[in-house]
Write a protein of this length. Structure first.
Length: 521
């Protein structure tokens, strides 16, 4: 179906507001999950002056290579410190570059209209827009690199530029290997094999151009490993990288967990890609559209490569949805195309979509009002104004949807943007007011107030919240390390009850076992 100039303008405004929303209150939420770990390693790299060998609390860290830590170091240099903005900016920029990548590939190989919506659909996936886009973790950047490798392979294959096809895709896969480890190898291998076999060009696997690609991959990955070997043995490093990957497979999991994963993983994929997966579910579930999809090389590539890679994680009970974010655009491409070709479909499909959008906008308006009676938001200054404006925007969109239901998708996108702004001004401050991350941030300040400038260590290989360590590193201007010796004059974070002769100065709760702060005499 042709897209009107009004629809294009509305989509452009939604895109602009969406990009703005990614930055709103980005630094408000305390660091949590794997964010502080990435920061700790980056801090130690910079402190040691060794950017090749990752370390954590002074010990070698083997589970992830260093590329993402390099990004954090660069971001921290931009801000002048390792603050929350510095940790999360690489994620936001990665999303923006992914959007640009999808638009360019979609425009060149299908149409500008498809490209605009395809690019936006990735960012507007609920799990990404309302969760991972706010975190300084590896996955969004890694998805950019891996998706870039896949789409570079497709782009140059279509142009029959075999040297670039292998060299660029294999080079990006090597960067992926140095970002997250061994998963880059099956992503690359399955993409190359599945598409070349589908295209009946498998003989290219035995070409000198393929050898060139392998040499690029080995040159980048092998070059880093050769540098690493100058500082530390590769044995433990490679073994841990391997165990990180194998631990996600069915080999290391029970039959019950495997069966549960087989059932829930596809459902979780559809859930995490909501509301954009509605287009897939409503408009691509008929036989006729698949003939058109097979006739479009970009869509055929998306389906073939998605299926080839998805099945690996579907069969791996340890796999999480964030491991396959790079596959989301491939999956959604079918729904986007089917939506654009909906003119020939039964009207009930579009009517159902319009009803869902209308209900969602009304529920969001009522939900914004309901925040006024939730005790957790009593602290929020201007709560009535924030929630009232949010409710008014959602209600206005519901009214516009009622007046112009043909623009349902546009109103949905604006509703998502409004939801993200409300999230930024209400939910994120609440997490900064009362959350596990904020508790650990406050705890770090208490520890620093007691320890002052004296040496501070974590006893042996103990584990407390990395948010505490991250905040301590920032407050002290130097990194906390492990220490197996009780060094006189120092402060030590030790397991509770380990040294009864020392009076606990502060309790440090942790779910794996509580610690206490002591001063060594």
């Amino acid at each position: 179906m042709a897209v009107s100039s009004l629809e294009r303008r509305l989509m452009g405004w939604a895109a602009g507001l969406m990009l703005l929303s990614l930055f709103v209150n980005l630094g408000v939420q305390p660091v949590y999950l794997e964010e502080p770990r990435r920061a700790l390693i980056a801090m130690e790299m910079q402190e040691n002056g060794n950017y090749i060998v990752p370390r954590q609390l002074g010990d070698f860290y083997y589970k992830k290579p260093p590329v993402f830590n390099w990004l954090i170091i660069g971001s921290a240099a931009l801000f002048g410190e390792y603050n929350r903005w510095a940790l999360r900016l690489p994620t936001v920029l990665s999303l923006m570059f992914t959007l640009l990548l999808l638009y360019q590939i979609g425009r060149r190989h299908l149409s500008a209209g498809f490209a605009r919506l395809w690019a936006l659909s990735y960012v507007f996936c609920g799990a990404i827009y309302f969760y991972f886009s706010m975190l300084g973790e590896i996955d969004i950047f890694y998805s950019l690199i891996t998706l870039g490798s896949m789409l570079a392979f497709f782009h140059y294959e279509q142009k029959e530029r075999w040297s670039l096809m292998f060299a660029v895709s294999y080079g990006l896969a090597a960067v992926g290997l140095l970002t997250k480890g061994l998963p880059s190898i099956p992503f690359l291998g399955l993409t190359v094999l599945s598409w070349l076999i589908y295209q009946k060009r498998w003989r290219l696997l035995f070409s000198w151009q393929h050898l060139l690609g392998i040499m690029v991959f080995v040159g980048i990955a092998g070059g880093y490993l050769a540098l690493y070997n100058q500082y530390n043995s590769l044995d433990n490093y490679l073994a841990d990288l391997f165990s990180e990957s194998v631990g996600r497979t069915a080999v290391q999991n029970s039959l019950g967990r495997t069966m549960e994963h087989l059932f829930t993983f596809p459902l979780d994929t559809l859930k995490d890609t909501l509301p954009m997966s509605l287009l897939l579910l409503l408009f691509s579930t008929h036989r006729g559209i698949w003939r058109q999809i097979r006739a479009q090389p970009l869509l055929a590539f998306s389906v073939v490569v998605f299926l080839a890679n998805f099945v690996v994680y579907w069969l791996a009970p340890g796999a999480k949805q964030r491991y396959i974010y790079m596959l989301y655009p491939l999956l959604l491409s079918v729904g986007i195309y089917a939506w654009q070709e909906r003119g020939a479909l039964a009207r009930w499909r579009e009517r159902t979509f319009r009803v869902i959008v209308g209900i969602l906008l009304v529920v969001l308006s009522l939900g914004a009002i309901a925040l006024n009676i939730v005790p957790a938001f009593d602290f929020l200054p201007g709560r009535v104004w924030i929630t009232g404006l949010g409710a008014l925007v959602f209600a206005g969109l519901a009214f516009l949807h009622f007046r112009k239901p043909a623009l349902a998708l546009n109103w949905l996108l604006f509703g998502l943007v409004a939801g993200r702004f409300l999230f930024a001004f209400a939910i994120l401050p609440q997490r900064a007011h009362e959350s596990a991350g904020q508790f650990n941030t406050d705890l770090a300040h208490e520890i620093q107030a007691i320890a002052g400038e004296a040496p501070l260590y974590m006893y042996q290989d103990g584990r407390i919240s990395y948010t505490v360590i991250y905040e301590l590193n920032r407050l002290r201007g130097k990194t906390v390390h492990f220490n197996k010796d009780l060094e006189p004059g120092s402060f030590m974070m030790v397991p509770e009850g380990e040294f009864p002769a020392y009076e606990p100065l502060l309790e440090i709760p942790f779910h794996d076992g509580d610690f206490v702060l002591i001063q060594v005499k």
